[in-house]
Write a protein that binds this ligand. Structure first.
Ligand SMILES: O=C(O)c1ccc[n+]([C@@H]2O[C@H](COP(=O)([O-])O)[C@@H](O)[C@H]2O)c1
Ligand SMILES: Cc1cc2nc[nH]c2cc1C
Length: 370
């Protein structure tokens, strides 16, 4: 089974090519003809140019937008690393579909279709089997069942998941992107829901970036100071006891990761495979982005960083990815809320690029740096 999954993923990854350099140059030239000081719209220009290079078109669009929110539980919460019970994961995931969570409201405001995915919630439906395939149309506002297992194992006692589960979770993300691309989506935002997933994210970030656990760990959804000390202790001990190998990203994922992070890494890889921009949300999404980049270097070429999370390691992970966030709003809600907040900024970049007057239109001599 593992060989089959590895080959399947490998076949997809072999298809990845870099950005379309010619289109990137042309998009830069277009920006430079717009009547404003050169490069003065900063990341608005850079991100639109990137999207042109990803899609291979000088006039890209982000009209049809999707948000994939990976929802999963984490066995490590048994250790008291979060102040909330895992029933909250299911409640919020269901409300992404049928009710209104923070991200649902923001997605509506940003004109984004939300696709919540059960990739490992403790309750809800049955587990899926084999290699996930996407054949039928996926509908937004429906909790999609792609459950690998009812939550990960407690990584303080044993590896969180095995390699087969990890590969299957990654493939869930890859396949969803392929399906959404086929359904006409132009851009995909990431989000997640999973009580305990700041613990898995901090553990993975500390290992993958060779950083001290203290530096990479914060209070998540609202721990006390004592709770934070315990969370740091649990992560530190597990990294040693599980013998986590920082140079092997799959080992890090399996030993201290989560199904939501694996699925989101698949979404980022899917962005590179299917050539569709993928927007990183907050801390958890950025760790999934880091995992994807470690699995396939240059996957960051297909990513847009929306905001910098208030979690202490948020900025560090983005820095390691070499990506700059468009927003700094002191948000740390997750779910995809930061990615939604950045959508209007991206929209504005597209409007300027598509409609603003050029130097010729204004009969102004093109600005040239002295
Ligand atoms: O993405 C972030 O920046 C972020 C930072 C802190 C918390 N969260 C959200 O809070 C939940 C995890 O918090 P915790 O304390 O249970 O690990 C999870 O559902 C995330 O969506 C998200
Ligand atoms: C209510 C609640 C909503 C969330 N959304 C993302 N993480 C969350 C954590 C809690 C506790």
């Amino acid at each position: 089974m593992m060989r089959k999954l590895e080959d399947h993923l490998g076949e997809h990854l072999m298809l990845v090519k870099g950005l379309d350099k010619e289109i990137v140059e042309k998009a830069e030239t277009r920006w430079d003809t717009i009547a404003k000081p050169l490069r003065s719209l900063g990341l608005l220009e850079k991100n639109l140019t990137k999207i042109a290079g990803i899609t291979g078109t000088l006039r890209p669009q982000i009209r049809k937008r999707a948000l994939i929110a990976m929802c999963a539980d984490n066995g490590v919460i048994e250790e008291g690393v979060t102040q909330t019970g895992n029933e909250v994961t299911a409640i919020v995931a269901r409300n992404m579909a049928e009710g209104s969570t923070a991200v649902t409201v923001m997605a509506q405001a940003a004109g984004v279709d939300i696709f919540p995915v059960d990739i490992g919630i403790v309750t809800e439906g049955d587990c899926i089997e084999g290699i996930p395939e996407e054949t039928e149309e996926i509908k937004p506002r429906t909790l999609l069942n792609r459950k690998i297992r009812r939550g990960t194992r407690n990584f303080a006692k044993e590896p969180a998941m095995d390699r087969v589960e990890a590969l299957r979770a990654i493939l869930v993300g890859v396949k969803l992107v392929g399906q959404l691309k086929a359904q006409g989506y132009d851009i995909i935002a990431t989000g997640e829901m999973g009580i305990g997933n700041t613990t898995t994210s901090s553990a993975m970030a500390a290992a993958l970036l060779h950083q001290p656990v203290e530096k990479m760990t914060g209070k998540g959804a609202g721990l006390s100071n004592e709770g934070l000390d315990r969370k740091i202790r649990v992560i530190k001990t597990a990294l040693v006891e599980r013998d986590v190998m920082p140079g092997d990203p799959m080992d890090v994922l399996c030993k201290v990761g989560g199904y939501d992070i694996a699925g989101l890494a698949g979404v980022f890889l899917g962005g590179a495979i299917y050539r569709i921009p993928v927007v990183i949300d907050g801390f958890i999404s950025s760790v999934a982005a880091l995992l994807a980049e470690k699995l396939l270097p240059h996957t960051t070429d297909f990513m847009i960083a929306s905001h910098v999370s208030k979690e202490p390691a948020g900025a560090l992970v983005l820095e390691a990815l070499g990506l700059k966030p468009m927003l700094c709003c002191e948000m740390c809600l997750g779910e995809g809320t930061g990615a939604m907040a950045a959508m209007p900024v991206l929209d504005m970049a597209f409007t300027v690029y598509d409609t603003m007057a050029t130097f010729d239109d204004m009969q102004v001599e093109q600005y040239k740096p002295l």
